[in-house]
Design a protein around this ligand. Structure first.
Ligand SMILES: *Cc1c(COP(=O)(O)O)cnc(C)c1O
Length: 220
């Protein structure tokens, strides 16, 4: 039996190894520990073990457990990695340091308005639906570069990176390669890609952050 802290250390060792194998600089890849569905008491030991960057996929769930954890650990960085509804933009801007799921005009407009109103500036990524899956959030790959430009020019939003979730039943490599190409074309530096099953592959394709949940916290 292992616990979350032991699994965290194992994931960190694998990330370091994947960085070496890909000839990436040590520490080039940020681990986003995905704590969705887990309670504050499950998350706390992982923070105490030194992990500082966390991902949640639902605004409301995160609002229930993170304000107290943020108060106790001031340097925690929280990423929103799930779809954002425009009626939750206000709460998302107030709670998250990074919003990885900007994927349409209406959300961009709503975030822009809330950021100005609250005087807060979470970092923003655009989610790309690299597999063009109808049920999945994210902008279509062929629209991604123009959308990043519109976020900047029309909404005044600096987009720092792109994010994707490849189709579950496909080889993820081509999706990671596509995201890397789109980021280059759009002139953005950060690539959020890779989950428990494929984060080492994503690092080989240039991921700057990986979102790892079950390999740390256990199955959901
Ligand atoms: C749940 C989730 C993850 C983590 O998935 P695991 O397979 O548990 O590592 C990563 N990214 C997103 C967008 C998620 O919703």
């Amino acid at each position: 039996m292992t616990n979350a802290v032991e699994r965290l250390q194992a994931v960190k060792a694998k990330i370091a190894n994947a960085e070496r194998e890909a000839k990436r600089a040590p520490g080039a890849v940020t681990l986003v520990a995905v704590s969705k569905t887990f309670a504050a008491e499950d998350i706390r030991p992982v923070i105490e073990a030194g992990q500082r960057v966390f991902g949640e996929n639902r605004v409301q769930e995160a609002q229930g457990k993170w304000p107290a954890l943020k108060a106790a650990f001031a340097d925690v960085e929280l990423h929103l990695i799930g779809p954002l509804q425009s009626n939750k933009a206000k709460e998302a801007v107030a709670l998250f340091h990074v919003i990885e799921t900007v994927d349409r005009e209406k959300i961009a407009a709503e975030l822009s308005k809330e950021m100005a109103r609250q005087g807060r500036a979470p970092k923003l990524y655009v989610q790309v639906n690299t597999g063009s899956e109808p049920q999945k959030a994210g902008i279509e790959p062929r629209e991604a570069v123009a959308f990043v430009k519109r976020c900047r020019d029309v909404h005044g939003l600096a987009i720092e990176g792109l994010m994707c979730i490849p189709p579950a039943d496909e080889n993820p490599g081509p999706h990671f390669a596509l995201l890397e190409k789109l980021a280059r074309e759009a002139g953005v530096a950060k690539l959020s890609m890779g989950m428990s099953g494929d984060y080492e592959i994503a690092i080989a394709f240039g991921a700057t952050s990986v979102r790892v949940g079950s390999a740390i916290f256990g199955s959901r």
